[in-house]
Structure formats: C-alpha cells, structure tokens
Design a protein around this ligand. Structure first.
Ligand SMILES: C[S@@+](CC[C@H](N)C(=O)[O-])C[C@H]1O[C@@H](n2cnc3c(N)ncnc32)[C@H](O)[C@@H]1O
Length: 321
C-alpha cells in the first residue's frame, strides 16, 4: 500500500484551521479511503506493515501489551498489527470521527477488537504512563505543533515504552515527486481516453502542481486535500523532534523511492478521472506494480542510499526508564 502525501504546503496559517481542514477532509475521505490508497487487511497488508516494523524494530518483532495509535485512519497499522499478534490490546485515535467509524467497520469485518477515541494528537485523552507502544503512520506531517505532540506521546508512554512512526514525507523525496506528478498531469487527457474515463471537475489542481483555490473555508470534503499537509521532514529534523522531547535510542530511516514515483504517476492520473470509470485491471496493475517496485527498493536501494533521498521517513525510539 502506498501513502503518498501531497505535501502541498498550502496549509492554512493557524493551528486551529489546520485541524479543521484535516478533520473535514478526512471525514469526507473516510468512506473511499481504503480503495484510494490500497489499504489492505489481508495477507498483503499484514506483510506490508510487518515489513515496515522489521525495518525499525529488527527481527524477530517484539510483542507489546497495550498500544496507542495516533491518526489511525481506517486502521492500516493497528488492525494489521493486532491480526499479527504484535500488540495484544490496541487503542486507536484520530481527529476524524468518520475515520474511526471506518476503522470499526474494518475491525468487525476481520474480527478483531479495538477501542477508538476521537482526539487530537496534541492533546491525548489518556493517563500518564499508560501504553507500551505509541505509533502512527502518515500522520506527523499533518500536526501543527509537533513539540506538543511528541511531549504528549512521551507522557502517555510508560518508562521504557517505545514509539514508532512510518510513512512521513521527506523534503527531498517530496521535491523529487513533483516531476512524476507533473508528467502525469500532462499525459492525463490521453490516459483518460485510453481508459474511456470521464474527467472530474478541478482535476487541474490535485495539489502542488496547480494553483489551489485560495480559500479553504469555502471548500468542503475531498477538495481540501491540498490544504492538509503541514510538514515534510529531513531525517535530522525528525530525529530532533523526538530527541527534543526526551526520547532515547532514536533512529531514522528512509524507504521507498521507485515505488513512490510509480505511485505518484498512477495516483495523479487516477485523480483526474471519475473514480467509477477507472478499470479494475488498471487498479490491479497500479497496485501490483507498486508492490514489485517496493521489493526493488528494499533489495537495491534502501541501506545503500542516504535516508533523505527516499520518499518516506520512519522513526523509532524509547522513553528512558
Ligand atoms: C494520511 S492519513 C493516515 C491514516 C492511517 N494512519 C493510515 O496510514 O492509513 C492521516 C490521518 O491523521 C489524522 N489526523 C490529522 N491531523 C491529526 C491530529 N492533529 N491529531 C490526530 N489525528 C490527525 C487524519 O484524520 C487522518 O486519519
């Protein structure tokens, strides 16, 4: 699965407005989120999540008692970790209530139990020292005050408890991703003709490439995508947030390069077409191709190139005992 954040840097200027667009956008996106991003809770999704955990935590994977996920969305990490037995009891939080509804629907379907609580990552509704693991995927870049979020994570973790985040956009990766996106936008009319797909309104402004409408308050729903991202990180910055909050054993890695270019091209093309018109075969090609290129990234590039050239950054650390 690919989480490709559009770090458009068109976010509103106050923290309150950033939270507001994030809540409204993700509420509107919740229903079709899993299809759009290829979120999977079968063997493929579990393997994906396991692969990311191995990169941060090594092999074999540790087992945790009680976990807290922030910005859990529809449950990609928590539900797959529960199924794999990496965590025993899970609490999942998000600022978007509709995302939590979607997560509970997924949990019922696959037969796992998880507690959900709607809350902001900067103000966690939990006691001190109450989790063994705190985690998130593709969420830090949406949070206005990262110092507050990291200090909350530390507060709710028990001493010697661990945190991990994956799927955060790197500054270099984000800049490089602009090229495949621009190329895809240019070829989109031809691609839609081949797919016999109708265009959607306003597809010229998917995120960084266009001139997004200036007023986010006048927009609603999924048209807010260009406004929800606040940060893209360097590995050093990401590490500094965690160390600044008092975490120990902090390590940052990069992952996915070719897979992300491929993903950006496909997603940019898809965003220009009416979702019902995108053929099943195309979706299969996009998903399988993405997985194949992820394997190439792991085998040939990750570990050889510096963290900052990859699109996604991941980080882990420990609350000192
Ligand atoms: C890109 S989605 C990722 C969802 C999920 N973690 C995944 O990987 O599929 C980002 C999620 O973070 C949530 N979010 C955004 N700002 C937040 C905040 N300040 N506090 C908590 N969650 C937030 C959004 O509602 C959304 O569900």
């Amino acid at each position: 699965m690919g989480h490709y954040t559009a770090a458009a840097m068109a976010a509103p200027s106050t923290a309150e407005a950033i939270r507001d667009v994030n809540t409204r956008y993700h509420d509107a996106a919740a229903e079709s989120y899993d299809t759009k991003w290829g979120v999977d809770f079968g063997a493929v999704g579990r393997k994906q999540v396991r692969g990311k955990l191995h990169k941060l935590l090594g092999t074999p994977l540790p087992r945790y008692g009680r976990s807290l996920e922030i910005g859990c969305g529809t449950g990609y990490f928590t539900l797959n970790m529960l199924q794999d037995g990496v965590v025993r009891d899970a609490v999942a939080t998000d600022i978007s209530p509709r995302m939590l509804d979607a997560l509970q629907a997924n949990a019922r379907r696959i037969g796992v139990v998880v507690e959900t609580v709607a809350c902001d990552a900067e103000q966690l509704a939990f006691d001190d020292d109450s989790f063994d693991l705190v985690l998130g995927h593709a969420v830090l870049h949406h949070i206005p005050h990262l110092d507050r979020a990291f200090s909350e994570l530390r507060r709710v973790l028990r001493p010697d408890g661990e945190f991990l985040f994956a799927g955060e956009p790197s500054q270099t990766g984000d800049r490089i991703a602009a090229y495949p996106k621009r190329a895809a936008l240019r070829t989109a009319p031809l691609w839609r003709r081949l797919m016999r797909a109708r265009p959607v309104d306003g597809y010229e402004y998917p995120d960084t490439q266009g001139q997004p409408p200036a007023q986010h308050d006048a927009l609603d729903g999924e048209s807010l995508e260009a406004f929800v991202d606040v940060h893209a990180f360097t590995p050093e910055q990401l590490g500094a947030w965690a160390r600044g909050a008092g975490f120990a054993d902090v390590r940052v890695r990069g992952e996915e390069l070719l897979a992300n270019w491929f993903g950006w091209v496909n997603r940019t093309l898809e965003a220009t077409a009416h979702p019902d018109d995108i053929p099943w075969l195309w979706r299969q090609y996009a998903f399988r191709g993405y997985l194949a290129l992820q394997r190439v990234d792991v085998a040939l590039l990750e570990g050889r190139l510096p963290a900052q050239v990859f699109y996604n950054l991941m980080i882990a650390g420990r609350k000192p005992g």
